[in-house]
Design a protein around this ligand. Structure first.
Ligand SMILES: [Mg+2]
Length: 330
């Protein structure tokens, strides 16, 4: 297999899926013009085998789809309509051509689902693990959502219950289905299946993000843990967040615990703030029955002693640690 063959094959996979703007054989991709009144936003994200996914847990096709889903979630957090992406694939010598194709096929299916087209890329060999770096872009019709606008008096929301992803990962790590994945998955009970789905097929909240443009005062996606991400929002906005309904965040259907919901991460829901008196939207992308955003608390002026607080039923407050996953924490 030559590099040209592989590039042609990747192009064909995306063409079959209906998520291709070619040609892939020019030296650079040509972007469509930004529509009138829109702002183009761009985000880059990488996944590495052994760090972000493992072959003994699930197939490469699932890993490819999941990688694009998580990249698209950053566009959802800005309120963008996704348009296109380019990627750079570093392929280890030990990978078969079928492995690369499976990864790309998984991404192609997700690309088609969300109307985002592969506009170009790069493939290379590596002596390290497989790595895929993706740069996605989209258009925001209005002012892009930001982490910085939360105001005292705003309400705090999560677009759908969270924690299912951590629960699903725990199950995958315990049972390492690997090559038996499809059969293993078929035998799961309802709540286990929901947890595995939350981990492997998180739905980027693109439609909700678009609806929040011009409405939400601040937003971000819940990628590293609900409390850690809310802490980032509070820091960026210079406010404190008081949570009086923490339990509302828990994805009970997937069997998540409160700890999973608060610090598990990789949920790819949106956390956002709304001005007083504004009611939330239903998340059109969430699973049936789970689509209603959950109110978790409110925004207050900065307070000494922390940015994140839990308010108990008796009105007492305790400071919350920003639980979550920091890739560079010691
Ligand atoms: Mg993000």
């Amino acid at each position: 297999m030559t590099e040209q063959d592989l590039i042609a094959r990747i192009g064909a996979l995306f063409q079959e899926a209906g998520a291709f703007v070619g040609p892939l054989d020019d030296d650079a991709a040509i972007l469509p013009p930004v529509p009138a009144g829109a702002v183009r936003v761009l985000s880059t994200d990488a996944v590495v085998e052994g760090v972000d996914f493992r072959r003994d847990l699930y197939p490469f096709s699932v890993a490819g789809g999941r990688a694009l889903r998580q990249a698209l979630s950053d566009l959802a957090a800005m309120g963008a309509v996704p348009v296109g992406f380019v990627w750079s694939l570093q392929v280890p010598k030990s990978w078969e051509r079928a492995d690369v194709e499976a990864f790309c096929r998984g991404a192609a299916v997700v690309a088609a689902e969300h109307g985002v087209a592969l506009a170009g890329g790069d493939v290379g060999k590596t002596s390290g693990p497989f790595a895929a770096s993706m740069t996605v872009w989209g258009d925001v019709f209005g002012a892009p959502l930001s982490r910085r606008g939360a105001q005292p008096g705003d309400s705090v929301w999560v677009s759908r219950p969270v924690g299912g992803s951590a629960c699903g990962l725990r199950l995958l790590l315990r049972e390492t289905p690997g090559a038996d994945f499809v059969h293993w998955r078929g035998g799961l009970g309802v709540s286990e299946a929901a947890a595995v789905r939350a981990h492997l097929e998180p739905v980027p909240a693109l439609a909700l993000g678009q609806q929040l443009v011009g409405v939400a005062t601040a937003a971000l996606d819940v990628s590293d843990g609900l409390l850690l991400d809310l802490d980032r929002l509070a820091l960026a906005s210079g406010v404190s967040v008081v949570l009086d309904q923490l339990e509302a965040a828990v994805d009970e259907e997937a069997g998540a615990t409160l700890a999973d919901a608060l610090g598990g991460g990789e949920d790819f829901a949106l956390a956002f703030t709304l001005p007083a008196g504004v009611s939330p939207f239903t998340d059109p992308d969430a699973a049936p029955g789970a689509g209603r955003p959950r109110r978790l608390g409110r925004v207050e002026a900065p307070a000494s002693g922390g940015r994140l607080w839990q308010e108990h039923n008796d009105g007492q407050r305790t400071a919350l640690l920003p639980l979550g996953h920091d890739h560079f924490a010691p």
